[in-house]
Design a protein around this ligand. Structure first.
Ligand code: HEM
Ligand code: ISQ
Length: 154
């Protein structure tokens, strides 16, 4: 389905107002995922092997914001190019990484739910059904592009 200029604007607008609280939001986002799916914690090497509490984990902040930033950038690209593109990380590597770490379809569902809830709580005054659809669609398209590359090596 097509991603509209209006949907892009909703994602970008809410992201611009969220990003000053990036650290706190990222932390909430992670916690929400593990609240729903505690077993997902062991997928992340830097959490599994770590003795420090979640909020003191130095890698957590950057990792937690990755999905937000990529979903937002993907929304912009979807509108401009009509397809998902990712910077820095290429899709094939992302597919391989997620496959290697044992990420499954259910994890993508949980992460989508956690992402939408985090945005909703971060910008309650902006939140609307249209905004939910816009973030949901941007995430779905990005997730589908990663999943398409999650094939075991021949
Ligand atoms: C790693 C993005 C969904 C679990 C990564 C990396 C990126 C990324 C950019 C870093 C890759 C690298 O360092 O080379 C995304 C995006 C997603 C998504 C954009 C959805 C649209 C998920 C889901 C899970 C997950 C659903 C499971 C709950 C992981 C794990 C790693 C990873 C376990 C490796 C972390 C480590 O270094 O231990 N992801 N991801 N990802 N992602 Fe995701
Ligand atoms: C999935 N992949 C990479 C980083 C993440 C951070 C938070 C939630 C999910 C993630």
């Amino acid at each position: 389905s097509a991603f509209t200029e209006g949907q892009e604007a909703l994602v970008v607008k809410s992201w611009n107002s969220m990003k000053q609280d990036a650290a706190e939001l990222g932390h909430k986002f992670f916690l929400r995922i593990f609240e729903i799916a505690p077993s997902a914690k062991k997928l992340f090497s830097f959490l599994k092997d770590s003795e420090v509490p979640l909020e003191k984990n130095p890698k957590l902040k950057s990792h937690a914001m990755t999905v937000f930033v990529m979903t937002c950038e993907s929304a912009v690209q979807l509108r401009k190019a009509g397809r998902v593109t990712v910077n820095e990380f290429n899709l094939r590597d992302l597919g391989a990484t997620h496959l290697k770490h044992g990420v499954m379809d259910e994890h993508f569902e949980v992460t989508k739910f956690a992402l939408l809830e985090t945005v909703k709580e971060a910008v309650p005054e902006m939140w609307s059904p249209e905004m939910k659809t816009a973030w949901g669609e941007a995430y779905d398209q990005l997730a589908a592009a990663i999943k398409a590359e999650m094939k075991p090596p021949p």
